[in-house]
Design a protein around this ligand. Structure first.
Ligand code: GP9
Ligand code: MN
Length: 631
């Protein structure tokens, strides 16, 4: 051995390579990570490397070989423990560890009690790199020579490490745009940035929110409560409780914007079924209704509707504040005897729904495991909407009544792919493939809603239900403005147009009621919670929420977007410009200013409630502050 001349830094190299290979093998053997193409595989294999280069590379700052080696062993041991903990956790929960889950003692307790199922005899292999490293240290004595590490070597090393990190992030960004700002799913994060970096990221997100939470004491609620009470819209006596006891079926329609309703595309009707509802005697169609979501997209829409609060300006509140105390619509309905559930055929960890739904007190999540999904009945992101509705209604027949089911569709999702057999109209003919295909998937979505109605009738669930349907957020982003201007026959899409294009349809369908008409009141998703609860006769006067009943005479025509834009019946504020609503002409900022200020106040109150987890200090039964809340 002595005769071999080992290159300098062999030990460091061995540490990196051993842990890298071990991690890559672990990805393939211990986690079920869906790989769709060669690029995803490449990113997966590459992703531990950038983290390891930094973590182990710090050893280059220690001049004493002893300290250097001890540091390397320490890091490899620590990373092995982290990886193994994830493997064990995954065997039980099918998910990666996230800090708040770790602190929920019952989770860890459950793990402890089933330790025999979780631990395998060969698990020592997860520490194999530590062993290799120690052996290498014994057999490669060259490293014992005391050499100071040259500065330029160190610099070159970190330049390479940085380059690999950027390569990794760049590739991940093309595979999954807005990966870090939106943070969809733990699996997707691990797939793209690796387990170790994922934990750093998770740690950063959690510590930021814990700090804000720790500093809050509930006193902030006094001011917010005053505002909420002062701005409450009185209930419409005639509508309050008119449909008490009915099942509530809320359908969140993926990416459905209002511009397709009662519109055609090259002579083809896009939404025949929804169009018929706009004239139906049992349906309220809200034609000036807006989404209020931010980066959390679908999950933000769910959040706004459940809580009548805004999502956050950064990231997805489902992820960042999944463990907060909320007073959701589901909780209110649950307290009033409803069986509450969400139906959506996707992994339960997507958008952190599994955790968030616990916090929202939703009784059951019918996730992908409740559905039969195969190659024939899925496309794009998963189960097609028609089989989704068919299977969902089947599941509803088993539910105790009254129930509150919130269904989330999937087929009309970017990139709007659809098999030929499901294409009921041709593509549009603009320069944007996205917009061209959008009409086809919207047409399919429309058909699926028709199927939903038919199935409900067939299963005897229709008559005794209220069906509320709305678009979750835009489907066509501003990247497709050119194609949109062609479709809408406009010279260009201005900030004013873009704001109005955030309109999504809302339908409140009440079978057999004779209640229905087109309502042009300007309103938003935040108003749904009180509207629905009031129809069922459930009081919301003590609720800490920012919405207003759509049937109230005091409902104000003012809808605030998450980014501070707003629309009223007279004004549009967008791109830091104040527009007259009817003409689209620029008008004096003074007209918009009072609304700009109020929008800021409401967004700020909502953020305060979420960041401080303030609802843990609030008793919605009495409307009192809870002093010394222990949480
Ligand atoms: C995922 C689905 C889509 O389960 O709800 O989320 P989105 O990308 O639209 O936010
Ligand atoms: Mn969505």
């Amino acid at each position: 051995m002595k005769s071999i001349k080992w290159p300098k830094h062999s030990i460091l190299l061995i540490a990196i390579i051993a842990t890298w290979i071990k991690t890559a093998i672990t990805y393939h053997t211990s986690f079920e990570i869906d790989i769709e193409n060669g690029m995803q595989e490449f990113i997966l294999i590459l992703n531990p490397l950038s983290f390891l280069l930094f973590a182990y590379g710090i050893s280059l700052f220690f001049n004493s070989p002893k300290i250097r080696n001890s540091y390397l062993v320490f890091v490899s041991l620590l990373l092995s423990i982290v990886l193994y903990a994830n493997v064990a956790f995954y065997r039980f929960y099918n998910d990666f560890i996230t800090l708040p889950v770790l602190f929920q003692t019952d989770n860890v307790g459950q793990l402890g009690s089933s330790i025999s199922e979780i631990v395998n005899w060969y698990d020592f292999l997860f520490f194999i790199d530590v062993v290799i490293l120690i052996i290498a240290m014994i057999f490669i004595p060259k490293m014992e020579v005391k050499v100071a590490i040259r500065k330029n070597v160190r610099r070159a090393y970190f330049v390479v490490a940085l380059a690999i990190t950027f390569l990794n992030l760049g590739l991940a960004e093309t595979e999954r745009p807005q990966l870090l700002t939106r943070s969809f799913d733990r699996e997707i994060l691990v797939k793209n940035i690796g387990t170790y970096s994922y934990h750093l990221y998770d740690f950063y997100i959690q510590s930021k929110s814990s700090a804000q939470r720790a500093l809050a004491d509930g006193s902030e609620l006094v001011e917010i409560d005053n505002y909420v009470q002062a701005n409450q819209a009185t209930v419409n006596e005639e509508m309050f409780g008119k449909y008490a006891g009915r099942n509530v079926i809320v359908v969140q329609l993926e990416s459905l914007q209002n511009f397709v309703i009662n519109n055609d595309m090259n002579g083809e009707v896009v939404t025949p079924f929804l169009n018929s509802l706009t004239k139906d005697k049992d349906t309220y169609y809200f034609s000036d209704f807006y989404h209020q979501t931010g980066l959390g997209k679908t999950s933000d829409a769910e959040f706004v509707v459940e809580n009548s609060l805004f999502g956050l300006g950064r990231g997805a509140v489902f992820f960042t504040h999944g463990g907060n105390t909320y007073n959701s619509m589901a909780e209110s309905l649950g307290n009033n005897g409803y069986f509450t559930n969400v139906m959506h055929s996707n992994n339960d960890s997507f958008w952190n729904r599994d955790m968030m739904y616990d916090s929202l007190n939703i009784d059951k999540f019918y996730d992908i495991n409740s559905y039969t999904v195969n190659d024939e009945n899925s496309v794009n992101w998963g189960l097609k909407d028609i089989p989704f509705f068919e299977q969902s209604v089947e599941l509803m027949t088993e539910m105790p009544q009254p129930f509150y089911s919130r269904l989330i569709t999937l087929t009309n999702h970017y990139p709007f792919n659809l098999e030929e057999e499901d294409q009921m109209i041709p593509e549009y003919t603009s320069n944007s493939g996205t917009l061209n295909r959008y009409f086809q998937t919207v047409r399919y979505l429309d058909e699926s809603i028709k199927v939903l109605f038919e199935e409900l009738k067939e299963k005897g669930l229709y008559e005794n239900s209220i069906i509320v349907m709305y678009g979750d957020h835009y489907g066509i982003s501003e990247n497709h403005n050119k194609a949109m201007s062609m479709y809408l026959e406009k010279d260009e899409i201005t900030a004013y147009d873009s704001a109005l294009l955030q309109s999504v349809p809302l339908f409140i369908h009440i079978p057999g009621s004779g209640d229905g008409k087109e309502v042009t009141e300007t309103a938003g998703q935040i108003d749904l919670r009180p509207t629905i609860l009031h129809l069922l006769g459930i009081d919301t006067t003590n609720d800490m929420q920012l919405g207003a009943d759509l049937f109230s005479d005091e409902h104000e025509e003012f809808v605030i977007f998450r980014d501070g834009r707003f629309v009223t019946d007279e004004l549009v504020y967008a791109g830091e410009t104040c527009y007259e609503r009817t003409t689209g002409e620029e008008t004096d900022m003074a007209a918009c200013q009072p609304y700009i200020d109020r929008a800021q106040v409401e967004l700020d109150y909502s953020d305060k409630i979420i960041n401080g987890d303030l609802l843990r200090f609030y008793d919605e039964k009495t409307g009192n502050l809870i002093k010394n809340a222990v949480h």
